[in-house]
Design a protein around this ligand. Structure first.
Ligand code: ADP
Ligand code: ASP
Ligand code: MG
Length: 411
């Protein structure tokens, strides 16, 4: 007998029939003798609907109140799933984040989990109940409702698995595992063989942080920190083993140098041109962005010429206008000639631990972009990834071309 945490995403609970289907899956795991804790998302489209409603009230919704509204989506699905389970004779009990309690910091809309009290859940499991917990939400030290950022139910599930020392955390979604790239962009036939049965933790961490939304980045971080056995699999099809995220070095390291491709449209580029080339300039520019709690991603500072230099960096698209205003405000004190930017850019990245031991991978990527006439605006690299910033209209083309260039159809 094992303790399993199962998480079902929005599509998996998107209709009454699908919720009943989830109940059957949960009942099956229980019939096999396992203790089951289930984490659910809101029904698909619901969180977007709630966000839109909030924006009808305020252009920039008050974060505390936004969390009050957003957390309602998951409260509906936990109750419905508990009913569906009871209806087929399985004892179950639902809990919101604050009832558990999932304690978070007070960064509303992007809160981080500090601590989870496993007491109530353990008592229920002991009495033979399935425990159902609302994903994506928690409670601050002051007792306010908080949410964990979009896609946060993945993180709720992994954090619960860590707190309960579960044997496995299973993320059920609308695809049957982790693929070499988003199946919505590369046509499925090419991808049929590209679902991976295992992926290394490092690679999954990179893919998630570079935009693959199959797992929220924080859920992967949590799994790494607490060594949670984490698996992605389909709630819509039966029988598959899904993809296991592994912590051991893969013995088949000879395989593809590039393991996956991620893309991220949540990017905007800011350019500050003609600033004095002297110590402290990077700090003056980026320090003020950091003080405004805006996360900077890619950064380029050119080699100076005639005493001046150009500086470019990217920020999340939602922070574009604010960052541009901030830079325009600093323009005189920086002595900058010009401040401008572009919020129609995206980042496309190739990822693979095999890159450590192979040279020329970046050049191969750049050649593929050149052959398609795609201009590269910025580049950043690490040991196991190369990212390029390009015009967003080429995002899908770039992803498909790279998928082919690196032979991922045969992965
Ligand atoms: P859920 O509602 O279950 O949390 P999400 O929509 O958040 O589901 O995540 C699943 C989606 O992630 C898939 O439908 C797929 O389009 C997308 N995705 C992006 N990159 C990948 C990848 N490398 N492998 C599999 N799915 C991916
Ligand atoms: N319902 C939330 C969202 O849509 C959380 C999640 O689904 O993981 O972002
Ligand atoms: Mg998700």
């Amino acid at each position: 007998m094992a303790l399993i945490v199962q998480k079902y995403g929005g599509t998996s609970v998107g209709s009454p029939e699908r919720i009943k289907n989830v109940a059957k899956r949960v009942a099956k795991a229980r019939a096999e003798g396992h203790d089951v804790v289930v984490v659910v998302s809101a029904m698909s489209g619901e969180t977007n609907r709630l966000v839109a409603l909030a924006h009808e009230m305020q252009e920039f919704p008050d974060p505390r109140e936004l969390d009050v509204v957003l957390a309602t989506g998951e409260q509906v699905t936990i109750g419905l799933l508990a009913m569906a389970l009871k209806d087929i004779g399985v004892p179950a009990k639902s809990y919101t984040g604050w009832q558990v309690a999932v304690q978070t910091d007070d960064a509303h809309t992007k809160a981080r989990i500090d601590h989870i009290d496993g007491g109530k859940m353990r008592a229920d499991l002991k009495e033979g109940r399935v425990v159902i917990v609302a994903g994506f939400q928690g409670v601050t030290a002051g007792g306010d409702i908080s949410t964990l950022g979009r896609g946060g139910s993945d993180t709720s599930a992994v954090a619960l698995a860590a707190a309960l020392e579960a044997d496995e955390c299973q993320i059920y979604t609308d695809v049957d595992g982790v693929y070499t790239t988003d199946p919505r962009v590369v046509p499925l036939p090419a991808l049929l063989l590209a679902g991976m049965s295992t992926i290394s933790f490092e690679e999954m961490l990179e893919l998630a942080s570079l935009g693959s939304k199959v797992l929220q980045i924080r859920s992967v971080e949590f799994a790494g920190k607490y060594k949670v056995r984490l698996r992605v699999l389909s709630s819509l099809e039966d029988g598959g083993e899904g993809t296991l995220i592994t912590f051991e070095e893969d013995e088949n390291m000879e395989q593809a140098v590039v393991k996956g491709i991620a893309f991220d449209k949540n990017q905007a580029r800011i350019n500050v041109r003609g600033v004095s080339d002297k110590p402290g300039i990077a700090y003056q520019i980026l320090g003020s962005v950091a003080d405004a709690n805006i996360e900077v991603d890619m950064i380029i500072q050119n080699v100076g010429a005639q005493g001046t230099t150009d500086f470019s960096f990217t920020v999340p698209r939602g922070d574009y206008k604010q960052t541009l205003d901030l830079m325009n405000g600093l323009k005189d004190s920086l002595g900058a000639a010009e401040v401008n930017g572009d919020d129609t850019v995206c980042k496309v990245s190739i990822v693979g631990v095999g890159m450590r031991s192979h040279s020329g991978v970046a050049a191969q990527m750049f050649r593929a972009m050149a052959e398609e006439g795609i201009n590269i605006q910025m580049i950043s690299t690490s040991e196991i990834k190369v990212s390029v910033l390009i015009d967003e209209k080429y995002m899908e083309l770039a992803t498909r071309v790279l998928h082919k260039t690196f032979g991922l159809e045969q992965a």
